[in-house]
Design a protein around this ligand. Structure first.
Ligand SMILES: NC(=O)c1ccc[n+]([C@@H]2O[C@H](COP(=O)([O-])OP(=O)(O)OC[C@H]3O[C@@H](n4cnc5c(N)ncnc54)[C@H](O)[C@@H]3O)[C@@H](O)[C@H]2O)c1
Length: 245
């Protein structure tokens, strides 16, 4: 532990599982005071208790709920000067069969969710001398893949949303996007638990392994500290060399 986040007050969504949970663990280790959000209130309670963090059951797509909880969380932490939007959902379905309700939900959670959280946090981020926003998109924001019309659209939208607000919010607030490749979490269990699929995904990347949540957590830490102090509005692939264009 090096205390890179000592004195910081950071809100993380999707913290009950996968990358959000690992980001919360690393950020707590680095000294941040944390508010954690997830729609899985039970899973989140365990994570929050283990880290001594505040945990809030919350659907990021529900704007009223987000607005209410952000005020509560800021009250509890004494402000908010960092956000990590990791909550997300994935439905890989050929466009022929993609249910319009699934399209709506992916946009609501993956794109409007980070909008809701950033908008509700803005008055608090504005009060900080320096603040950071990290949005977790995907390599699907950078390149098309079969069956990802809704997911890719939501994540490409998130990456461009982040660029656009980076303009509006500088110089005191920086906003950056991480684009993970295949990372071993609940979301991709169907893939990495199948040896054939796992091998195919591994063979496709330069570094010949699948990603771990810690790979993304370290990138989120970079974007949340002055180590990235002259970087805003950018996308960082964390994908082992998958999305080169
Ligand atoms: N795993 C991968 O390979 C991969 C690759 C690229 C991008 N991503 C993105 O990374 C982020 C983290 O995913 P993960 O792999 O850790 O998945 P995960 O399923 O392990 O964790 C996602 C978390 O988000 C929460 N969540 C989902 N919808 C929510 C909502 N409406 N409100 C609040 N919380 C909600 C879930 O309850 C869960 O705890 C997601 O945005 C995902 O799209 C994942």
């Amino acid at each position: 532990m090096s205390g890179k986040l000592d004195g910081r007050k950071i809100l993380i969504t999707g913290a009950a599982s996968g990358m959000g949970r690992e980001i919360a663990r690393l950020f707590a280790e680095e000294g941040a005071a944390l508010a954690l959000l997830d729609r899985n209130a039970g899973g989140l309670a365990e994570v929050a208790a283990a880290l001594g963090a505040a945990g809030y059951g919350c659907d990021v797509a529900d704007r009223d709920q987000v607005n209410r909880i952000l005020v509560e969380a800021a009250d509890r932490l004494g402000g908010i000067d960092g956000l990590v939007n990791a909550a997300g959902i994935l439905d890989i379905t050929h466009f022929d069969d993609l249910d319009p309700n699934s399209w709506d939900r992916m946009l609501a959670v993956n794109l409007t969710g980070p909008f809701n959280v950033a908008k509700a946090a803005l008055p608090f981020l504005r009060r900080a001398e320096k603040a950071t926003i990290v949005n977790i998109a995907s390599v699907s924001a950078l390149m098309p893949m079969a069956g990802t019309a809704g997911y890719s659209a939501s994540k490409a939208g998130l990456a461009m949303f982040t660029k656009a607000i980076a303009f509006d919010l500088g110089p005191t607030i920086r906003a950056n996007t991480i684009c993970p490749g295949v990372i071993k979490t609940e979301m991709t269990r169907y893939l990495w638990e199948n040896p054939e699929h796992s091998q195919r995904a591994t063979d496709r990347v330069a570094l010949k392994r699948l990603g771990e949540p810690g790979d993304v957590a370290r990138a989120a830490l970079f974007f949340s500290t002055e180590d990235s102090g002259f970087t805003t509005g950018t996308e960082l692939p964390v994908d082992g060399g998958f999305s080169w264009r």
